[in-house]
Design a binder for this molecule. Structure first.
Ligand code: MEV
Length: 433
């Protein structure tokens, strides 16, 4: 699918033109644009609602990745991130994907997990008997007393399982898993309430002591999947991408960096929408280690011109409550994507993560990472050495020339070139600052 109309030439627009384009797309309203122009949230008392001892806001740059067509829908992706080139790479790779194939997503499984720990269990088999005798009544009671609204929406507690966990000190730990379908919500508060409610019945019936109750971030019972299928991919490139994938599937040292690249696509959306990115990160990393070795959460294969890629991991997010509803920028970003449910946001995150990964491994297996990074890094170097507005254009050009010759540039190069510029010397021969 060609890049049409509203996405076309987006990266070449200036900020006002970008606002205008986003307005035409319906991604932003006039009020949103005024709010962004004024620098976003300023209300310090709002910060007091989020955290303790607040003294201000930490402003990250907010940008939009374009060209994304996810499940047949064009979507503008808001990304709050400090790292140069992430948004450019996402937009560029999304354009390639939409031109050569399709990007689809789904959520597999319904239930999130809550844990109830009995640190040192006295009689595990008696606990098993108590659970099988009371499971149905407990589930009914939880659904009536704690999760009634969720039951009305088609969710609620679905199962309770007992696990024996070895502690390595001769004692045995018992852990109940409460499985809970939060429908289209994130469900964190509800699952914690459910587990805390169940603590008393468990203790009363068993005489055991519950140590603690909390949700698990390793939600292997509800996975978000994104898939890319692209046709007519050059054989040499396709095979290199497959090799890059096998590297990350097999070697934890590479898997860590591969997954960091995937999260380059996911974390900025989580931050822009006020989500708990630490929870998503811990869930993804734990899932990546599920067979005892840390592995890639993406997989790419190439066969006869067709490249297929898949992301599969827990990616539990929220779209109502807390920061997602109260922070005006988070609300604006959710509206920009037309988010209606937590699972929709989760699917978009997975899709962008997979595209980001494809962009990274394409660069790594072809031109290398330095080229793209450094070209954009030049802007930061220019700012970092204190070039004024007049000098910065000339300095950027000179650094670009130097990069083309030396294939790398440094902070020292930028300082030397700026000094040369200030001495009034020509920057033409920038290969020798
Ligand atoms: C840099 O932020 C991310 C990469 O290292 C990811 C990767 O190696 O796949 C480029």
């Amino acid at each position: 699918m060609e890049v049409e109309g509203l996405f076309k030439g987006f990266s070449k627009l200036n900020r006002d033109e970008r606002f205008q384009r986003l307005l035409e797309m319906g991604a932003l309203s006039k009020a949103d644009i005024d709010y962004l122009r004024a620098g976003g949230v300023h209300d310090l008392s709002l910060a007091d609602n989020f955290i303790e001892n607040s003294i201000g806001y930490f402003q990250l740059p907010l940008g939009v990745a374009t060209n994304f067509n996810i499940d047949g829908e064009d979507i503008v992706i808001p990304m709050a991130v400090e790292e140069t080139s992430i948004i450019a790479a996402a937009s560029k790779t999304a354009r390639w994907v939409r031109q050569a194939g399709k990007l689809t997503t789904e959520v597999v499984g319904d239930d999130i997990i809550g844990q109830i720990q009995i640190g040192k269990v006295k009689d595990f088999s008696s606990l098993e008997g108590i659970l099988s005798g009371h499971k149905k009544a407990w589930i009914d009671e939880l659904n009536e007393q704690v999760a009634a609204t969720m039951v009305k929406r088609g969710g609620g507690v679905t199962d309770i399982i007992l696990r024996k966990v070895e502690r390595g000190d001769g004692e045995t730990m018992a852990v109940f898993h409460v499985l809970f379908n939060p429908c289209d919500a994130m469900g964190a508060n509800l699952i914690n309430q459910v587990c805390e409610y169940l603590k008393n019945p468990i203790e009363e019936k068993s005489g055991e002591t519950v140590t603690m109750c909390i949700l698990s971030n390793l939600v292997d019972s509800k996975l978000t999947v994104a898939r890319i299928e692209m046709k007519d991919v050059d054989q040499e490139l396709g095979e290199k991408l497959q090799e890059a994938s096998i590297f990350a599937e097999s070697d934890p040292y590479r898997a860590a960096t591969n997954n960091k690249g995937v999260l380059n696509g996911i974390d900025p959306i989580l931050i822009a929408t006020g989500n708990d990115w630490r929870a998503v990160e811990s869930g993804i990393h734990a899932y990546a280690s599920r067979d005892g070795q840390y592995r890639s959460i993406t997989k790419w294969r190439y066969k006869e011109g067709t490249l297929t890629g898949e992301f599969r991991a827990p990616l539990i997010v929220g779209t109502v409550g807390g920061v997602t509803s109260l922070h005006p920028t988070a609300r604006l970003c959710l509206q920009m994507m037309g988010i209606k449910s937590a699972s929709q946001l989760s699917r978009i995150c997975a899709a962008v993560g997979l595209v980001q990964n494809l962009g990274a491994i394409r660069a790594l297996t072809t031109v290398g990472i330095i080229e793209g990074h450094m070209k954009l890094h030049i802007k930061n170097l220019t700012l970092g050495v204190g070039a004024n507005e007049k000098e910065s254009h000339l300095l950027q050009k000179a650094l670009e020339q130097l990069l083309a010759v030396k294939k790398r540039i440094s902070h020292t190069d930028a300082i030397q070139l700026l000094q040369k510029l200030r001495r009034g010397s020509s920057l033409q021969d920038s290969s020798a600052p």
